[in-house]
Design a protein around this ligand. Structure first.
Ligand code: BMA
Length: 342
C-alpha cells in the first residue's frame, strides 16, 4: 500500500529509547526535531512512573493507559542520527501554576526568526489544549498561546506568509454535529503575533484521505521547498474485528504517514497530495510496543543536499528516523487542485 517514494529507515533505529534517558522513562517517543544554533535538537515525550510490566499487568484490569506521568525530555545531536539526552527534563508550565499537574506531550519544534518555538498538547481539567511557547535556551519558556479545548497536533510554519504567522492543528469534532461519525480534520489559522489566532480555515478532511477512516492530524511542521510547503500528517485507520499488538489490549488502529504540498503564497490551497501513505508500520519497533502499528511523524529536516530526515514515534514506545530525497517526496505529491473538496 506504500507510495512509490523511496524511504530508507535508518539502520541504527530506534534512535531514542527509554534506556538512553538518565531519569525515569518507560516510553520515549513522538518527538519534535529542529536544526537550531548549529546542531540538531529534539524534544520528546517521556511516559514514566510505571514499568512495562506494570503496564502489561494493568491490561487485565481493563485500563487503556497507565496512570503515570508525562514529561518532555531534551536531546541534542551533531549529525541528526546519534543523540545525547540531557540530564534533566524540560520544565514548562503552560497553565502558569494554575489548576493541575497537567501532562504536556507530543511536542513539535519550529525555528522562527532564530528562536525555537515549541508546540505541544496538554491535558487540562477543561480538556485537551494545544499550546505554543518559545525558548532560546530550553531552560526558560515563554508561553505565547493556548487554544480552547479540545485541540491538539499543532504545528507552526517557519516564517510569515503574506504578513501572518500560520499554524495547522486538529480540533476535536463536536460529536453531536457529526451524527456519531468521527471526522477529525486539519485546519489552518493565521496570527499577526503568534498569540491571537483567527481566520480559521478547513484544510484537509479526514474523509479525503483514502487511508484514514477516522482521525488525521498535522505531523511534521511544514518545510519550504521550491514547489510549495511540504508537510507530513498522520492518518488513522480503525480496523474492525482485529486486535493489534499492544501492552494494554483492545488496540485496533493503524497510524500511517501521509504527505501533502501546500501553495507557497496561499497555504490554504493543497496543490499536491499522495493518495497512498508515505510510510506504514512494518518493522518490529513499529509493530510492537505500547501500541503496535503506530507511526507518528513529528519532525522533518530538509538538508542542503536534498536529503530529508523524517523523525517519527514508533509504537508509542521509541523514536525512529527515516530519510528520503526531497524530489521524491515532491513527486509523491501528485497535482490535486480541485480534487480535494474542502
Ligand atoms: C494519539 C495521541 C498520540 C499517540 C497516538 C497513538 O491520539 O495520543 O500521542 O501516539 O494516539 O496511540
Amino acid at each position: 500500500m506504500n507510495s512509490s517514494c523511496r524511504i530508507t529507515r535508518f539502520s541504527g533505529n530506534p534512535i531514542l529509547t527509554a534506556s538512553m534517558v538518565p531519569y525515569p522513562a518507560t516510553m520515549t517517543f513522538n518527538a519534535g526535531v529542529a536544526k537550531y544554533q548549529g546542531r540538531y535538537v529534539m524534544v520528546f515525550r517521556d511516559e514514566c512512573g510505571f514499568t512495562k510490566e506494570e503496564m502489561i499487568a494493568c491490561r487485565d484490569e481493563g485500563a487503556s493507559w497507565p496512570k503515570g506521568k508525562t514529561v518532555l525530555g531534551l536531546a541534542f545531536s551533531n549529525d541528526g542520527y546519534r543523540w545525547e539526552v540531557q540530564s534533566e527534563s524540560i520544565q514548562i508550565d503552560p497553565m502558569c501554576g494554575k489548576l493541575c499537574e497537567c501532562g504536556v506531550y507530543d511536542p513539535r519544534l519550529t525555528v522562527i526568526d532564530g528562536v525555537c518555538h515549541l508546540c505541544f498538547a496538554v491535558d487540562t481539567p477543561a480538556g485537551i489544549r494545544a499550546g505554543i511557547a518559545k525558548t532560546e535556551d530550553f531552560s526558560r519558556f515563554e508561553m505565547l498561546s493556548l487554544t480552547l479545548p479540545d485541540n491538539r497536533n499543532m504545528v507552526l510554519f517557519p516564517e510569515k506568509v503574506n504578513g501572518n504567522y500560520l499554524r495547522l492543528d486538529r480540533p476535536f469534532p463536536a460529536s453531536q454535529v457529526c451524527n456519531g461519525g468521527e471526522y477529525y480534520d486539519i485546519w489552518l489559522s493565521k496570527s499577526p503575533d503568534l498569540r491571537f489566532w483567527g481566520d480559521h480555515k478547513l484544510l484537509l478532511r479526514s474523509q479525503n484521505v483514502p487511508f484514514a477512516n477516522t482521525k488525521i492530524g498535522p505531523g511534521a511542521p511544514p518545510v519550504k521547498t521550491r514547489k510549495g510547503w511540504l508537510t507530513l500528517f498522520h492518518a488513522v485507520e480503525k480496523v474492525k474485528n482485529r486486535e493489534f499488538y499492544s501492552w494494554h489490549g483492545g488496540w485496533n488502529k493503524i497510524y500511517r504517514v501521509g504527505v501533502m504540498l501546500l501553495d507557497l503564497d496561499d497555504p490554504s490551497r493543497i496543490i499536491g497530495f499522495s493518495n497512498l501513505p508515505l510510510m506504514e508500520p512494518e518493522t518490529p519497533y513499529e509493530l510492537e510496543g505500547l501500541r503496535g502499528n503506530v507511526i507518528f511523524p513529528g519532525g522533518m529536516i530538509l538538508e542542503e543536499s536534498g536529503e530529508v530526515k523524517i523523525y517519527y514515534g514508533a509504537a508509542d514506545t521509541v523514536e525512529a528516523l527515516a530519510t528520503a530525497h526531497v524530489d521524491d517526496l515532491l513527486a509523491a505529491c501528485r497535482s490535486c487542485e480541485g480534487v480535494l473538496p474542502q
